[in-house]
Design a protein around this ligand. Sequence first.
Ligand code: SAH
Length: 376
Amino acid sequence: MTDLSIPTDPPSTDSVKQPERVHLLDWTTEELASWLVGRGIPKFRAAQIQRWVYQRRAKRFDEMTDLPKDLRLLLDGHFDLFRTATAACQQAADGTEKLLLQLADGGRIECVLLRDGPRRSICVSSQVGCAMGCVFCASGLDGVERNLTRGEILEQMLKLQHLLEPDERLSHIVMMGMGEPLANLPRVLAALTMAKDSQFGLGISPRRITISTVGLPPAIDKLAASDAPYHLAISLHAPNDPLRNRLVPVNQGIGIQAILDAADRYFEKTKRRLTFEYVLLGGLNDSVQCARELVQLLRHRTAMLNVIPYNPVPGLPYLTPSPSAVLQFRRTLIDGGVNAMFRQRKGDEIQAACGQLRRLREREPQVVSIQSAKTS
Ligand code: SAH
């Protein structure tokens, strides 16, 4: 990848926090409508504005050409449409694009656009940092700073949508960026409600929206009680508690069985096939014995196992598995009747794994290749 070293955003007033201003993306269509009606403006304007933002990819109020000019000025005076500044934008040869966004309070988050055949999937963060402490993951190395707001979650989706060509459409959303989505469930659900809204929002079916979790049973039950059948992915990474306690320390207070029970309840409620994720770490969880134990756990479940080779994080001692270990692991799973998919890594060259770009940028800012931004 070429290093163009062009700053992606001009100095922006967006990065100076102005507490009296409202982040438009924090508001539902109904909230916007009642604000407008309170100022004597017809309610239908709210729908028009939302369609400009979520469907017509507007970046500024003055692009909303079918709104009266004084309404555009009123909106501009009261709302921030976008609040993040693009700190870096990277593009890999396979079409993957990654944004490092700087929030109004200086926090940084990552989000990714993946192109795969006709699919245009986006991977979105839910928190600044992460409290789960998975030992191999870059996102949680400095703990969690805070939850993202509804608007900050939606802003990632929209800024990634801005990277698309006019004839490309977002098709899938995965909540697999930085953070634990189920630790910020109310805001994640509020953002996804807008993402799936086909009238005013992005119009992405909940079946094409995946929430990935480390496995927090009470929150999985709450998610099951919400009315949308989102696709649930559970990051398992180990087939037994002693090993999972080492790799995913939050497991110590939970245990695999409680997670599987919650996953079964989720399946009962939604009838959506579950996905379990398993990052293969060389010499740690990639043995044939681990694969056999996984077969015992998953054989009788309507589930898929997504096996992902580890994407090394600079400074951490974990290794990508050897090709022969991957082969034996795979054979054991398939012979055992597990529906396993071995995922190819995408966007390796741009540190597309969780939390990697932010970390690299903080430690070695000169290493990051920056593309001139298409986003504002
Ligand atoms: N907290 C959520 C979402 C986080 S990231 C969860 O745990 O599911 C999404 C997935 O990427 C998780 O399965 C996570 O364990 C995995 N992951 C994190 N760092 C990785 C790395 N360096 N290489 C490969 N996968 C990684």
